[in-house]
Design a protein around this ligand. Sequence first.
Ligand code: MG
Length: 453
Amino acid sequence: MAKMFGTNGVRGIVGDTMTPEFAHKLGRATAAWMGGQGTMAVGRDARASGPALQEGFEAGLHEGGVNTIDLGIAPTPGIQWWIRQADVAAGAVITASHNPPEWNGIKILEGDGTDALPETERAIEAQFDSIAGSGNGGGRRLEAVDPNPGYIDAVVGLVDASAIRAAKLTAVLDPGGGAGCVTAPTLLEALGVTIIPVSCELDPDFSDRPSEPTEANAAACMAAVKEHHADLGILQDGDADRAVFVDETGAYVDGNKGLALMAGFEMERVDPAERIVCTPVSTSSATVDAVESRGGRIEWTIVGSPPVARAMRETGSPFGGEGNGGFLFARHQFGKDGLMAMARLLEVLATTGQPLSALVAQVPRYAFAQDKIPVPQERKAEILAAFKEALADVPGITGTDDRDGVKANLGAEWVLVRPSGTEAIYRVQAEAQTPEAADALVARFKAILESLL
Ligand code: MG
C-alpha cells in the first residue's frame, strides 16, 4: 500500500503524479471509504489545473456511488466552514496551498469540516490499490453552491464590527492572486476598512509574487503600506488559510511574532482556567512567554495544523496556531483561517487604539537559526534514537520532548532536530536570545549528530 497523504493531503506536480486520472482513482478510493453512499462537497483554489482535477475526482466519486456538491473557488477555511454547517458526509479541497503554480493537491475533510484524520487517510490509501472495474455509477453532482457569502458573514459575526468600522482603518490587502481574492476584499468592505489592493485579482499562475507569504515575497505589500500610510498590510497564501501582517511602518511582522501577539489577546478573552494555547514544538518561545505571563499554558503538538486542531478539541483550548501565519480560533472552527485571523487583528487594532508596531514591540525578541544535515533515509530512526540518548550527557539541558523529532530545552533556549518527511536530511533549528547564540546552538548539536553518523 502506497503512502500518498502527507501533512496536508496528497500533493504533486501537475501532469507528473497529479493528473485527472490520479484524481479519478482517488475519487473511487474515497467513495469506497464512504461505503459507496452519501454526499461529498468539493471546492478548489484558483490554480489552472483545478477544474480538470476536480472533474476527475468527482467522476471517481460518482462511479463509486457518491453524490457531490460543487463549491467552486473558495479558500480552504471557507470550504471547511461550509461543510461543518451543511449536511454532507465529507469534503475535499483541490489545492496545493502556497506551493508554486505547477503543483496541485487533494485534501480530504471529515464531515464536520476538519482535516481528515490520519486513520481516514490510511483507509483511503488502502482502498486505492484495490480499485477495479467501472463502479456502479450511482452518484451525480447535485448542485453548485457558493460557500463564500455565508462564510464571510460568519467571520464578521465573530468580531466587534462596529468598533472596527469606527476605527476607520486602511489596509493594504495582498492575497497574492490566491483564493483569498474571493473573500478578503468583501470582508474588509463589510468592516468599513479602506482597501489598497495588491494582487487582488485571481491569478492561477501567481505571477505577481510566489504564493508563500514570506518577508521576501512581501515587498510590494510593504512598499504600498508606506506609500499609502496604511494602518497595516495583510498577506495570504494560495488557499487563504494563512495570514501574515505588515505593520504601519512597512515592517514585516514575522509569523512567530504575529502568533505570540494574537495568543496574548486570545488568552485575555477567556477565564484563566481556559488559557491553553496549542502549538507545534517548532513554535517560538515568544508565544510561550505571551501565554505563561497571562497565567496560561502551552499544549505542545507535532508539526502541522491538523494536530493543533485535534489538540484544541481534546484540551478545550480556545486558540492555537503555527509560526507561519496559521491561526486557529475554536469559537470559529477547528482549522487555520486567514480570514478570521485578519478580522481578529483588525478588532485588536480597533479596540486597543494602538498601532501594530507598538503591539509587536511588546512581543519578546528571540533569535532563530537553522541548518540541515544529510542522513541516509535508512538510518534516520537509528540516528535519532542515538541522538536522544546522547543528550543525557549534554550539560545545561532542562528538558526534552520527542513527540516530533527531538527537542532539547536549555532554559529559555531550545534546539529541535527533526527528520525531513521527504528528503534524506535532518533539520536542526534553534532559538536563543541572540543570533550568535542561536548559531552556536545549531553548530553544537549538529556536531553531536555528525559524531553519531
Ligand atoms: Mg495554505
